[in-house]
Design a protein around this ligand. Structure first.
Ligand code: GUN
Length: 289
């Protein structure tokens, strides 16, 4: 059996076309959806990521405003920048690119974003509402994973065992908060990459989600036949045949897993493109409301 490849680029293009329709409708009512991003410092990965968000926003008709701030900015100054964006009626969505420099208190910064503009879904109010099953902004990566599953015909997870190998606030915890709700009905387990005998759990999973940034961390012997395998890992490995000498791979041993899985996400071109798209979708939703 060869798995269905869940093509995040294709789905993303489809969703972005829908977003263009929604932004056109907003324009007819005199509303231009606006997103503001804050980048502190000059981490190259974050700079690339924020640039992608800026371009993608423009492509679907969202006005973007990226605020680039120095690495040594004082916390109070950053909080004032967030307050200015909170008060700006043209800005419907705000995100603070992570990670932040060490001297800044991430919890305090994320809690300063107005919950109604928190399109990243990182504000404690949105996190709490998500767990309570209430209407809230949810982080883009887990929403992107769910959207991919639904649009590919794998959205019914009732009574399915889902093992998530990631416990962070961006992926594992919010994904669990979605899938554990009664209306979805999945049996969810959060594991750490260091969990002893991890394969005891992953072998029982109907769906495995991994995001640990370790190449080929999940191998074919760790999963059962017909698993749905979702990968949000990002690793550059040496590859003499690649132009740059390096190649981007995820955390799944893709070549062997694709022979065993029912469906699988590639890296690149799987969950990654969905993440930016769902941030834009949250922004359009914020403008609509
Ligand atoms: N850094 C890595 N992923 C993300 C994300 O989804 N949102 C923000 N704000 N920063 C990130």
């Amino acid at each position: 059996m060869s798995a269905t490849i869940l093509d995040g680029r294709k789905l993303s293009t489809e969703i972005r076309e829908e977003l263009k329709g929604r932004t056109r409708k907003l324009e007819e009512k005199g509303v231009t959806p606006g997103i503001a991003g804050i980048l502190v410092g000059d981490d190259p990965g974050s700079a690339t990521y924020i640039g992608l968000k800026e371009k993608a926003a423009g492509d679907v008709g969202i006005r973007s405003q990226m605020v680039r701030l120095p690495q040594d900015i004082k916390e109070e100054e950053l909080l004032r920048e967030i307050e200015t964006l909170n008060a700006d009626a043209r800005v419907h969505g705000i995100f603070v690119q992570l990670p932040l420099p060490q001297h800044l208190d991430e919890n305090r910064i994320l809690a300063a974003v107005s919950p109604g503009k928190d399109v990243d879904g990182f504000h404690p109010s949105n996190v709490g509402k998500a767990w309570l099953g209430q209407q809230a902004f949810l982080p883009a990566t887990p929403v992107g994973i769910c959207e991919m599953l639904v649009r590919s015909g794998y959205g019914n997870l009732r009574d399915k065992n889902v093992v998530i190998v990631n416990v962070d606030n961006l992926v594992g915890k919010p994904l669990a908060s979605i899938l554990a709700q009664e209306k979805v009905g999945a049996n969810v387990m959060l594991c750490h990459p260091s969990t002893p005998d991890l394969s005891t759990y992953t072998r029982q999973a109907d769906m495995v989600v991994v995001a640990v940034d370790r190449p080929r961390f999940i191998t074919a012997d760790m999963v059962k036949d017909g698993v749905i395998a979702i990968d949000f890992g990002s690793n550059y490995i040496e590859d003499a045949s690649a132009k740059t000498g390096k190649r981007l791979v995820g955390d799944l041993d893709f070549d062997t897993l694709k022979e065993k899985a029912e469906a699988i996400t590639p890296v690149p071109g799987g969950v990654g493109p969905m993440t930016v798209t769902m941030l834009l979708a949250n922004t359009v939703t914020a403008a609509e409301s």
